[in-house]
Write a protein that binds this ligand. Structure first.
Ligand code: ZN
Ligand code: ZN
Length: 367
């Protein structure tokens, strides 16, 4: 799936506007988005390649011989340059041919040490270097129809994994066992991989929004907080569920109802034209009025696509209006140090009139 061609034209239009002759794309999801080349990076020091997008003309994919066959098969419309010693060698070879006087690089995903060497090359060849932020990311924010379908499929598979695992959760299981069961089931059901390290937190461990699964065993009546997502055909999903095995107590039910009310109020506010800050505020108000304003520290949600965390944000600082075709999570929570926590997270597509809920929205309880 290559969202590529019109996106590439979009990048080139921006390069003309900014009077840049070319852009080096190093960020793996941006690279995939523009070229269709799917190889991930294993950390920023282990790049699977770079795109060199000239202002006009055909783009280049620069990579090493490990990826030649994959690059040829996937990056349709791209010239391939295979380097032995990395990006700098490739640029030294190509930039003079392409008559590049000014070049942008992705400041949010570029090693400082590579930048230092690139500065040296800029001096030697006489080109100008410019740090660029969010150029391709901004194009990725509104999804195409094809991308929305892939995100729906990713979310549906994530739901299927959860339903399957839910029937196998038992007392005495450890957090690590549950997290491993979730991730193994993702792979068994055909996911590319988990989209982040699965969170499974029991009891007071759920007070940490990003708890790391431990050897703690599940006891009767305890909260189970699961936050899980997978990648399918490159596109991510992300959801959280909080529940109790057996009979929940009144305090859990009261708090769960409140978080759910915050989530529903926020979702009903979402539509094109509303800011992420306004949506965040609605959820925050519900929690504050319920007496838990202090217990909700993180932002309400984030965009999801090729990356599991991307623009736009639903947070007090998000002042750009949402647009139709954006995909966001809505994940209010409350976290109390000596008690535990609750988070409910669903994904929605922003539409002109409102939103499309992508999850089954199960709470397992008659609220
Ligand atoms: Zn999540
Ligand atoms: Zn999330």
């Amino acid at each position: 799936m290559n969202s590529g061609y019109h996106a590439l034209a979009g990048v080139q239009a921006i390069l003309r506007e900014r009077q840049l002759d070319a852009l080096i794309v190093s960020q793996p999801e941006n690279r995939r988005y523009l070229s269709g080349y799917t190889a991930p990076d294993h950390g920023i020091q282990e790049s699977s390649g770079f795109l060199l997008i000239p202002q006009d003309g055909e783009p280049w994919l620069l990579t090493d011989s490990r990826f030649t066959l994959q690059a040829e098969a996937e990056a349709i419309g791209y010239h391939l340059h295979v380097y032995r010693r990395g990006l700098l060698e490739a640029l030294e070879h190509l930039l003079p041919q392409l008559d590049v006087q000014s070049i942008g690089f992705e400041a949010d995903y570029f090693l400082f040490s590579t930048h230092a060497r690139l500065l040296g090359l800029a001096e030697k060849l006489g080109f100008r270097l410019e740090a660029i932020s969010n150029l391709v990311e901004d194009l990725r924010v509104v999804k195409t129809t094809d991308e929305l379908e892939l995100i729906r499929q990713s979310t549906q598979l994530n739901e299927r994994v959860f339903t399957h695992v839910y029937s196998q959760i038992s007392l005495g299981q450890t957090e690590r066992e549950l997290a491993r069961l979730i991730e193994n089931t993702m792979l068994d059901f055909g996911a590319d991989r988990p989209s982040f390290d699965t969170i499974a937190a029991f009891g007071e461990n759920a007070a940490k929004p990003h708890a790391v699964p431990s050897e703690r065993r599940l006891k009767a009546g305890e909260t189970v907080l699961v936050d899980m997502g997978l990648v399918l055909n490159g596109y991510c999903s992300d959801m959280s569920r909080t529940f109790v095995l057996g009979e929940p107590d009144a305090i859990f039910l009261e708090r769960l109802r409140l978080v759910r009310a915050a989530q529903q109020a926020a979702i009903s506010t979402i539509r094109a034209g509303v800011t992420g800050a306004a949506v965040d505020q609605v959820a925050r108000d519900v929690l504050r009025e319920g007496g838990y304003g202090e217990a909700f520290g993180h932002g309400l949600g984030h965009g999801v696509g090729l990356a599991v965390h991307e623009a736009p944000r639903l947070s007090p600082h998000a002042h750009t209006p949402l647009a139709a075709g954006m995909v966001v999570t809505v994940e209010p929570g409350l976290y109390l140090a000596d008690w535990g926590g609750i988070r409910l997270e669903n994904m929605v597509i922003v539409t002109e009139e409102g939103s499309e809920l992508l999850n089954q929205d199960t709470t397992f309880l008659d609220l």
